[in-house]
Every structure is written in C-alpha cells, then in structure tokens.
Design a protein. Sequence first.
Length: 153
Amino acid sequence: MKRALLVLAAALAFGTAGAAAAQEHDHAAHGDHAAHGQDHAAQGQEHGGEAHDAAHFATERHAEHTLRDTIAALQAGTPDYDSMVPELADAVRTQSAALTPALAALGELQTLEHIGEPAEGAHQFRATFASGQALTWSISINGENKIQGLLIQ
C-alpha cells in the first residue's frame, strides 16, 4: 500500500440506493456478519420476521454489514460476485489478482467507522486493519441489495 489513494475496485456512480427515508433496525440478534448478506439477498426477502425493502438496503447499518462481508471475502480471494451489479463484478474480477494479496497483507479488520455519506445511498467508512493501515471505503447498495459502487482510498 504505497500510494495515498488506491482504487482497488470499481467506483461506479454513487446514486440513490433506495428511498431517502432510511429504515433502521437492530442487526445484533441476526448472528454473524458473514451470513448477513445471504440472509436477505433479494429485495423484500424476509429476514428475522421483517421484510426488507430498498430503504433498508440504503441504511448505514446495512452498508456496514455488507462492507464487512465484502472486505472479508476480498481478503480471502472469494468475492461474492452475485452480491454486485455486473459492471462492478467485472471490475473486481479484473483487479482480483492485485486486490486479494494487497488486502490480505493488511491483516484482519479491526474497526469500521462510518464517516459520512458522500451521496444519497452511499456510505463512507474508515477501516483500520491489524497492520495499522487505515483505508477509506465507500459503498453504495441499490434497491435490489446489489453493491453498485465500491471505492477504496
């Protein structure tokens, strides 16, 4: 990680990821983060007795869970391409040879702090890893629960 700005995944248009009114609920009772995205991979799919809609997918909490899962999968070299829009999946496939070792070298994710919303439906997080390196990640999730934008700085 030699440059201050690294774009390791595609940065697509960070547009609306659902309705402006974000619907929050507690994910603590839903188990580990790895299963979170699989538990409700489609819009409106029931999860924990609650149906999720596009507004849920735009929330900070959902973005955090999705980003944790995404970081772990990218570090392991097993990105979940089905959780991405086709353009992003293609970009990640193209960059995976450099992406996986660079992210794996950072070590385990230690903290993930929400630092802003650069656009409606897009969330920015500061990720600190075991190596001490901190990177800024931006993620945008569309109303169909697909990652439509992912930027690492």
